[in-house]
Ligand binder design. Structure first.
Ligand SMILES: *Cc1c(COP(=O)(O)O)cnc(C)c1O
Length: 393
């Protein structure tokens, strides 16, 4: 290290917007599910950079794929064809049961894109004034204006009026409330996260989602799964909706798809795949060959790993319950997307204590300690993380 921690922190404090409360750690190296900080201390990673490092840090196949692509062709824009974009779209549509893909660079952009697609579908077919998107209270869909409006949490809405029009919010897992939205006659889509991530690792019930899907079908509302956090194997299936026997009309993805490079996008099924035409939507970087090559390697690495994701999640859940920790009230989630409802300690306190003890975790919602470990995490690394939890909490 040439720059010590305090100098690094001062550079941030003086030059970077204060939008984050950062933990007092600077990471300098990662390998697998381990991280090292500027002081040489080693950590177990149960956070994956918020679900991004799905194949862990510096996976050799991922590094090879990215390096090989960087040296050959890095970017040409979406005005041209590239092999990697085509191959990735072919894979993702097959894995999700959809017809077409669109690539962008982040989760929020993918949400913006499906909102535009849903509204165009509805206005093409029904004309004006049928544009409302129903989302869930406690949901999180991103920070850009429309995605932020879609986010059903008041605390994110405080300072940024006026918002985009045409969004309403219903409580999660309350079918009657969703059904009642039909009265106004202005709805074009229902958007949900299969497990509400940032809002507190809150899973939606299969029964609720199946009824919601039927209601959408009946009213020709588009069913949109925001899979930015739950997608790409996180819950033990390629996409979270696949745990519930439903098929959305549109699916967003981002976080884990390219294993650290910025890639997002959305997938469109039967109803929507012809909705967007030339000039209707675009992005300069979206799906460039480096990000697409990274994503292709992620999908290849994850294929044999996917069946173990559910087992690993169950293992973590059972081990933590067996610890009988007084601060653990409940464990929820699916696969390697787990939330511990805490008592007697706040989630930010728990994250700070665990970090000091060498385990990287995340807070979510008001009182949830969240785990999003790399999907490739080994049993030894899981056990190392669990022993830190037992010692610290
Ligand atoms: C993280 C997240 C987003 C926003 O993704 P960004 O890449 O931060 O823009 C949107 N939806 C869900 C469900 C997310 O978890």
């Amino acid at each position: 290290m040439t720059v010590n921690f305090n100098d690094m922190k001062n550079m941030y404090d003086e030059n970077i917007c204060a939008t984050y409360g950062r933990y007092p750690v600077a990471f300098v190296k990662g390998a697998g599910s381990r991280l090292w900080d500027s002081e040489g201390k080693e950590y177990v990673d149960f956070a994956s950079g918020i679900g991004v490092n799905s194949v862990g840090h510096s996976h050799p196949k991922w590094v090879d794929a990215v390096c090989a692509q960087v040296g050959v062709l890095a970017h040409v824009s979406n005005l041209f064809y590239t092999e990697q974009g085509g191959l990735l779209a072919e894979k993702l549509t097959a894995l999700s049961g959809t017809k077409k893909a669109f690539f962008c660079n982040s989760g929020a952009e993918s949400v913006e894109g499906v909102i535009k697609t849903a509204r165009k579908y509805s206005s093409d077919k029904y004309g004006a004034n049928r544009h409302t998107i129903i989302t869930l209270q406690g949901s999180f869909h991103g920070r850009t204006m429309a995605a932020l409006t879609a986010t059903g949490q008041d605390k994110f809405h405080k300072h940024f009026h006026p918002f985009v029009q045409g969004f309403r919010y219903v409580p999660p897992n309350d079918f009657a409330a969703l059904e009642a939205e039909a009265k106004a006659g202005d709805v074009c889509a229902f958007m949900f996260e299969p497990i509400m991530g940032e809002g507190g690792v809150m899973p939606l019930d299969t029964d609720y989602l199946q009824k919601a899907a039927q209601l959408c079908e009946k009213n020709d509302w588009l069913l949109i799964a925001d899979e930015v956090q739950t997608g790409v194997g996180r819950t033990g299936k390629w996409f979270g909706f696949q745990n519930h026997g439903i098929q959305p009309d549109a699916i967003t993805f981002a976080k884990g798809i390219a294993g650290a490079l910025p890639l997002g996008g959305f997938l469109l099924g039967d109803k929507l795949h012809t909705t967007l035409g030339a000039g209707d939507h675009g992005t300069t970087y979206g799906g460039n060959p480096i990000c697409a090559a990274a994503a292709l390697s992620v999908l290849e690495i994850l294929e044999p790993v996917l069946p173990s994701v559910t087992e690993k999640g169950t293992y973590i859940r059972e081990k933590i319950l067996a610890m009988n920790l007084p601060c653990v009230k409940e464990i929820r989630g699916c696969g390697l997307m787990l939330g511990i409802k805490l008592d007697t300690i706040t989630n930010t306190e728990a994250v700070s204590k665990l970090l000091a003890a060498g385990l990287v975790t995340l807070p979510a919602g008001i009182d949830i300690l969240r785990f999003l470990p790399p999907l490739t995490i080994s049993t030894e690394d899981i056990d190392a993380g669990l022993s830190i939890i037992k010692k610290t909490l």
